[in-house]
Every structure is written in C-alpha cells, then in structure tokens.
Write a protein that binds this ligand. Structure first.
Ligand SMILES: [Zn+2]
Ligand SMILES: [Zn+2]
Length: 230
C-alpha cells in the first residue's frame, strides 16, 4: 500500500510522504535520502561572473577566468557558465557512478535543477559536449546528452570531437595554446542563435571554451554553459 522507494545512491528505503503536495503538479518524489541530499553542496553566494566559482570577496572574475580573458584568442568566448554544485567527495562519487558505472538513473537527481536553469534560455539550442567515438563506444552513452534528455530538453548535436578527451594533465599555458578539439558538424545553420552547452563537470574551462570558440566561428550569437558541478 505505502510503497517505499529507495535512495538512488545508498538504497536506503524512503517512505513517500503523502501530503497535499503529493497531488499538486509540482510534487516530485525524493530521489535521494535526506542524508545523501544533505551531502550535495549547492553553489551559492558571491561567484565569478563567468565560471560560477565561489569567491571570498566581491571580485568580478576568478584568477583563472581573468587569465582566459587576458588572452586575445579566448577573450569573451564563453558567456556564463552556471554550475549547480561543488565537486566535493560525494559529488565525485555520484558522478563516477553515473559516468563510469553507467548508473544513468542518477542523472534524474540533477534533472530538476538543470531544467530550471535551462528554462532561462528560452530560444537557445541546448548542445551536449560530444565524446570521441572511442569513448562513446566504451561508455555506451554520452553523459551530457543524458543530462539534457532527463531535464526534458532536446539535445542538438552540433559538434564532433577531433582530439581525444585527455586534456586535464596539460599545463595552463598548453591549454591556452591547444589546437581546436572540436569541429562543427551540423548541416543546419546556427547564424544568430544562442547556445547553451551542457556538461557534467567544469574543470579548467578549456573544453567548454573550445566548444564555444567553434560555435561562435560557425555563427552563434553567444555561448553559455551549464554544468552539474565545478
Ligand atoms: Zn541515500
Ligand atoms: Zn571564473
């Protein structure tokens, strides 16, 4: 009769709480138990106006973004990256289970907040960061595309990867000088369109900036991004 559902992370049974909200359209059954939910650390307060990094003082840009913005090639390339959560130990674990163990149901945890953020960009094309064919074969799904689908949006595939994913080991200088890692692969023009890139993690911002550069070169009017964690 009273069916309990399990926490998507730790499998603790959760009793569905029946209240008036159950019958309103906004009711959503909990996906994580209160203990797991409490380990999510939403990003709040003063943040970098480009990358969403929390800043101790009311500076406009973090050091990293200042450096990107001082570089002629990268200045103004990425509009605004919105990240939902801090990449803490729990988030690392959650994303690892999702991405590497293929527990795609976990994407539902982020679906509501992603949907809310995406609703701000009414006319935008929602574009997943592509994986290389090799990586896609190995993983079986594209984590960015799944996030968009779970958020109830339509992923528009505009990019293909021409270099592999191994970028994080590079130094900042190498990242600034890196040749383009994506190519534009759509037959429909994107002239004047606003784009929102979706990815799971914002690490150095290099991947998103490369994607944004190629989309702007292909005619997009602006490129923003939305990432689950940073
Ligand atoms: Zn739990
Ligand atoms: Zn920043």
């Amino acid at each position: 009769m009273f069916k309990s559902n399990l926490c998507l992370y730790c499998s603790t049974p959760m009793m569905a709480s029946y209240s008036w909200a159950t019958f309103s359209w906004s009711y959503q059954k909990p996906l994580l138990c209160t203990s797991c939910e409490g380990k999510l650390a939403p990003i709040s307060g003063t943040t970098c106006s480009i990358c969403s990094r929390e800043l101790p003082t009311a500076e406009v840009l973090c050091q990293d973004c200042s450096r990107w913005e001082q570089d002629g090639r990268w200045k103004g390339i990425l509009g605004k990256n919105t990240s939902l959560y801090h990449y803490n130990d729990f988030m690392k674990e959650l994303i690892a289970l999702y991405k590497y163990r293929g527990d795609t149901a976990l994407a539902e945890v982020f679906a509501g907040p992603l949907k809310k953020c995406l609703s701000v960009y009414k006319e935008a094309l929602i574009v997943p960061i592509p994986l290389s064919d090799e990586r896609l074969m190995e993983r079986g799904f594209n984590q960015s595309e799944q996030l968009i689908l779970k958020a109830g949006c339509k992923p528009v595939h505009l990019l293909a990867r021409i270099h592999s994913e191994k970028q994080s080991k590079k130094t900042r200088r190498q990242r600034l000088e890196l040749p383009q890692i994506f190519q534009f692969k759509s037959s429909s023009p994107i002239e004047g369109k606003q784009i929102v890139l979706v990815d799971d993690i914002y690490t150095t911002g290099s991947t998103l900036r490369h994607a944004a550069e190629i989309l702007l070169e292909s005619g997009a009017s602006s490129v923003h991004s939305l990432t689950v964690a940073r």
